[in-house]
Design a protein around this ligand. Sequence first.
Ligand code: ATP
Ligand code: MN
Ligand code: MN
Length: 299
Amino acid sequence: QAARPSPRKASTMEIAGQRLTHPDRELWPGISKGALARYWETMAAVALPGIAGRPLALLRCPDGISGEHFFQKHAGRGQPDTIVEGAFDDAPYLAIEGVAGLIGCAQIAAIELHSWGSTLDDPGHPDRLVFDLDPGEGVAMAAIAEAARLLRERLEQAGLAAFCRSSGGKGLHVVVPLRPEAGWDAARAWSRAFAEALAKEFPDRFVAATRKDIRRGRILIDWLRNGLGSTAIASFSPRARDGACVAMPLAWRSVTARLDPSTYTLETVPGRVLRKSWIDPWAGFADAARPLPVKRDRR
Ligand code: ATP
Ligand code: MN
Ligand code: MN
């Protein structure tokens, strides 16, 4: 058998003590795998609280954002040992602990990190709910922002706190910190009832069912993120979409018609967050956790 030509020595770099192969490989036009790893190294301190110690699903794009994408919830061949696998109630997941795991994600071109609404310590009891606002065609940012504020008002009336982030895509997420006491079935039922009540009250603004054809001009309040094994994009995760936008935690005062989520990108966000004047808009998130409200009796 003829000897195969010896492969060219692959270029590697070390970042945060982790080996990164092919750092020059392009993931987005003009943005390399090395740049993704450096992003996570810079962002680790602010991003890890929402990512470490939580079940994750990873969206991998080995050939960049225009190549094949796949969600991964099981350990793969040759995967860095900084990414571990587990399962709860038959639902598989991956997890990382620290910055080394973030670099491990970059190493396997896992561009998007999606997390469960619960932690590894207590996967059966959600510590956050996500209301994923998915605008239909022709819905302006003014209406999306107004919708997010309305959800906040209603959640506060129910005794819950609400925080907002851009998804890095078209919509916003309204995220509710919970004391992890209720189980997933109760959380899901509560979320569904909350979304359906709003859709009933404002039928020309909201829908609560995922059928695409009824969404035009309205906003889907996607409550289905709130189930065992369901995920939502993690704050600060980049998206495998044009522009390398990231999911960005927002202060409520910036949730207005003038909000432009496309300005939060892998290239712009580290500079903002490193600025001395930056205040984490989600700083009070954990302290604001309340128990899931008990369903009121219909009398
Ligand atoms: P946008 O603002 O554009 O809607 P988004 O992140 O909210 O961005 P959605 O399409 O609304 O995107 O999806 C919500 C979430 O559903 C995703 O962030 C992801 O966590 C989860 N999801 C979607 N498809 C899959 C899948 N095939 N496997 C696992 N999770 C998925
Ligand atoms: Mn969405
Ligand atoms: Mn959705």
